[in-house]
Write a protein that binds this ligand. Structure first.
Ligand SMILES: [Zn+2]
Length: 417
């Protein structure tokens, strides 16, 4: 069995791996690097692939999958929730992309027709491989996938989080003996503060802002993070208005149809019940001026309604912008966080509102990741991917210390089991 790295491995973005068995060739994810201009993994001809297994719906994992459905298309397997959320995110990506994309809406529809959805804990058959879907705890529907052809096996973590959140249970990390493990490394060099502490600080900070007459913007990814933030506020009986806007609202509808993927569907439903839903420009112009909280995509301030809110809220010294997600270098969110500068009507401006970061990461931290590999069964070859270069390289070094054969691979490299 061979695993080729097709994406930018030492970077967060465009994840893609090609697994070659004796006869079957399977892609694990095929994402885009969403930046100013989308970038794709190393090209593979659809005829050279038998199928795609998708770990989760984030565009850096799913965004380029329609490329394989321009003609008859291949097989695609994932959880049913990941399929629906991918459709939502890719549709939005096609609509909002100011750049030429090598696929269009019809190809996405063709993909949805051919794709098969499963539940976590299920197995599917793709050619010679049995595919298993384990809960990844990263975003709703996310999986750690394991492919086994009876002789060799590969496990790909996608993105995962071992600790539970308000939306989901923690990842399933009791892995069977496996020949090659591909693991994400986003936060492999840092630990996250305890979640409860972050939640308390977040709620207290938002109360303070609203009580002094300010408006707080929480730019959050439409899938998962926006809903998690709403659950945190509801669980803590946040007493002030909370508005939600943008694609997060469509995600809410999808999650309502797939409640079996949620840890606490009741809390989720209650959180929706306490939101003010933004549907008109009149409403939007009103909420940016009144004390309260606005949860709006996109999480890194690239497109989406958060851009409008950001422009308005950034000007007010009583206001606040809460960064609650990982900010990819080069995105407006990262610039805001590091320099306190934002683009308003195309011009860089110093932000008057407070900018504060809260670590609500949906990735495992360093200690949790090391614990998994301390107890890993057998002696797998481990590829450390999906992190900034230092994280991938450092984590591969850490795993060597544990006696594991590990690599921080470059795009284009191939590993054999
Ligand atoms: Zn992800």
């Amino acid at each position: 069995m061979e695993v080729s790295v097709l994406g930018a491995a030492q970077q967060v973005g465009r994840s893609a791996f090609l697994v070659k068995g004796e006869k079957t060739r399977v892609l694990l994810d095929f994402g885009v690097l969403v930046g100013r201009e989308p970038a794709f993994p190393i090209h593979v001809k659809p005829k050279d692939v038998d199928g795609i297994v998708l770990t989760h719906s984030h565009l850096d994992h799913s965004g380029a999958t329609p490329l394989f459905f321009l003609g008859d298309g291949v097989e695609m397997h994932s959880t049913s929730l990941t399929l629906e959320l991918s459709r939502l995110l890719i549709e939005d990506f096609i609509q909002l992309s100011g750049f030429y994309l090598p696929f269009e809406y019809l190809d996405l529809m063709n993909m949805m027709k051919r794709a098969q959805g499963f539940k976590q804990g299920d197995e599917s058959q793709m050619g010679e491989f049995t595919v298993k879907y384990l809960n990844a705890g990263h975003i709703p529907g996310s999986s750690i996938v394991r492919l086994d052809n009876g002789k060799k096996s590969v496990l790909y973590t996608g993105d995962f989080k071992t600790d539970e959140s308000n939306l989901q249970n923690g990842a399933d990390t009791d892995w069977e003996e496996t020949d090659i493990i591909i693991t994400e490394s986003t936060y492999a060099t840092a630990d996250h503060p305890p979640r409860e502490k972050v939640e308390n600080e977040f709620v207290a900070f938002l109360k303070e802002i609203v009580e002094q007459g300010g408006t707080a913007l929480v730019p959050a990814f439409a899938v998962g993070r926006a809903q998690e933030m709403a659950c945190v506020l509801r669980k803590n009986n946040f007493p002030y208005p909370v508005a939600m806007d943008g694609m997060a609202l469509k995600t809410n509808d999808v999650l309502m149809r797939h409640q079996e993927f949620l840890k606490d569907p009741d809390l989720f439903k209650k959180s929706l019940g306490s939101l003010e839903i933004m549907t008109s420009w009149g409403q939007r112009r009103r909420v940016v001026k009144q004390p309260g909280v606005i949860i709006a995509p996109a999480g890194m301030l690239v497109g989406g309604s958060a851009v409008f809110y950001n422009n308005e809220i950034a000007r007010g010294p009583k206001n606040a912008i809460c960064i609650v997600s990982f900010q990819v270098p080069g995105t407006p969110g990262r610039t805001l966080l590091e320099k306190g500068i934002t683009l308003i009507n195309g011009k860089p401006r110093k932000v008057k509102a407070q900018v504060k970061r809260f670590d609500f990461s949906s990735h495992s931290g360093r200690s949790a990741m090391l614990d998994i590999f301390k107890k890993v069964k057998g002696s797998p070859k481990v590829l450390t991917v999906h992190g900034e270069a230092e994280s991938c390289i450092k984590f591969a070094e850490d795993l060597k210390q544990l006696g594991l054969e590990s690599y921080a691979p470059e795009a284009g490299s191939t590993y054999t089991a």
